[in-house]
Design a protein around this ligand. Sequence first.
Ligand code: AP5
Length: 218
Amino acid sequence: MYVVLLGPPGAGKGTQAKRLAQALSLVQVSSGDLFREHLKNQTELGTLAGGYLDRGALVPDDVTIQMVTKRLAQPDCARGAILDGFPRTTIQAEAFAEWLGARGEGIRAVAQLRVSEAALIRRLSGRRTCRAAGHIYHVDFHPPAAPGVCDVDGSELYQREDDRPETVARRIQVYLAQTAPLVEHYRRQGLLVEVDGEQPAQDVTLELRKRLERKDDP
Ligand code: AP5
């Protein structure tokens, strides 16, 4: 089963992808996390992607498609995946549909998380991420038990470089220009599920699960 989470920066895609992946025994595949992993490991791809991430711009489609489909071809994704941050352009959406089609698969649902711009900015300015495994916290909405330390693995929490206010503004603009058109793209295909992303995180998860179950009905 392949489920896509769609929404602006800070909408809660990563938070919900982790919760859904755990609940449905699927793997979370986050294009942003994959890029950050390459950056940390100083790979050639990481060096290329780093400049785009710092500016809040999208990494070129061909590079992104190749990286994500390579990840999806790994054995742990054999039952499908919860995709967070991919696809993000019409070209990526078409390439992903083609990749799935070649395997006799399709997208089960595309969940759009709707969150106001004021809430997005508040969320991103207070986000903290665990260095070891990307666990996500917020200084007010989801604080760790001990400040600066991940509850799960004890690693250091850091603030993402691209959560600086000027980069956040740019990322929101990029979302509106390049990714928001995918909402209509997937609505036309009957795949879109719209969810109020401003509810507490556990309520968003419950609603997502309910809506995905209904998508299972014949
Ligand atoms: P990426 O890492 O995908 O960033 P993003 O889409 O901008 O999304 P975020 O990770 O910022 O937010 P999120 O929606 O996951 O929210 P989160 O759950 O963390 O991409 C980074 C960069 O990589 C891009 O700018 C681009 O350069 C590149 N890239 C990635 N994918 C690409 C692609 N496909 N093509 C080209 N380039 C690509 O939550 C945010 C905060 O809110 C957290 O603190 C969390 O605790 C809190 N929170 C979450 N839910 C709630 C809630 N319900 N109530 C209160 N607080 C909440």
